[in-house]
Write a protein that binds this ligand. Structure first.
Ligand code: SME
Length: 162
């Protein structure tokens, strides 16, 4: 297993994703423990992009419960359909939020968060976790983030055994 990431400098975010994803694929391939993989993915995304907050919420019953993350402390439980994360779960669809204040029901774990993307991952067609990435600048996420973060969730789904 690689013990450090190679991160190209001064390149577009697309190039960073293109460099990071294969490294993450080989990192999680040899490890079947979900929490261990989520922890490394959160760390790699934060290191690669400097996002304000990167983490996972796992479906447990009728709630999302905070999982591995990087960044300031965050809300621990989010109800089905609530906030950006609960909406991604309910709609089974990525949510790209250019301005969190304009998103009805947004849950502000930190007032520093300005824009957000939440990407669900599935098992047997049901959401089992969401990836949540927050930025402290407005309008920080677009179709490039959506495409690569969704690809990352597909990788995670294929690797999941428990
Ligand atoms: N903003 C999220 C809550 C989680 S924090 O951003 C880490 C939401 O509205 O679901």
């Amino acid at each position: 297993m690689a013990e450090s990431l190679f991160l190209p400098k001064s390149v577009s975010k697309e190039e960073i994703y293109q460099s990071l994803l294969p490294q993450l694929a080989s990192l999680i391939k040899g490890e079947k423990d979900l929490v261990a993989n989520l922890a490394n993915i959160a760390a790699a995304l934060r290191e690669g992009f400097g996002f304000f907050w990167v983490g996972f919420y796992l479906v447990k019953g009728q709630e999302l419960v905070l999982g591995p993350f990087q960044g300031p402390i965050a809300c621990t439980r989010i109800a089905y359909g609530r906030g950006v994360c609960g909406t991604a779960w309910k709609e089974k669809k990525t949510q790209v939020v250019p301005n969190v204040e304009a998103f009805p029901g947004h849950i502000a774990c930190s007032s520093a968060s300005k824009s957000e993307i939440v990407v669900p991952a599935f098992q047997d067609s049901e959401v089992f976790l969401v990836l949540d990435v927050d930025s402290d600048v407005l309008n920080d996420f677009d179709s490039v983030d959506q495409r690569y973060l969704e690809e990352l969730m597909r990788m995670l789904e294929k690797n999941k055994t428990s």
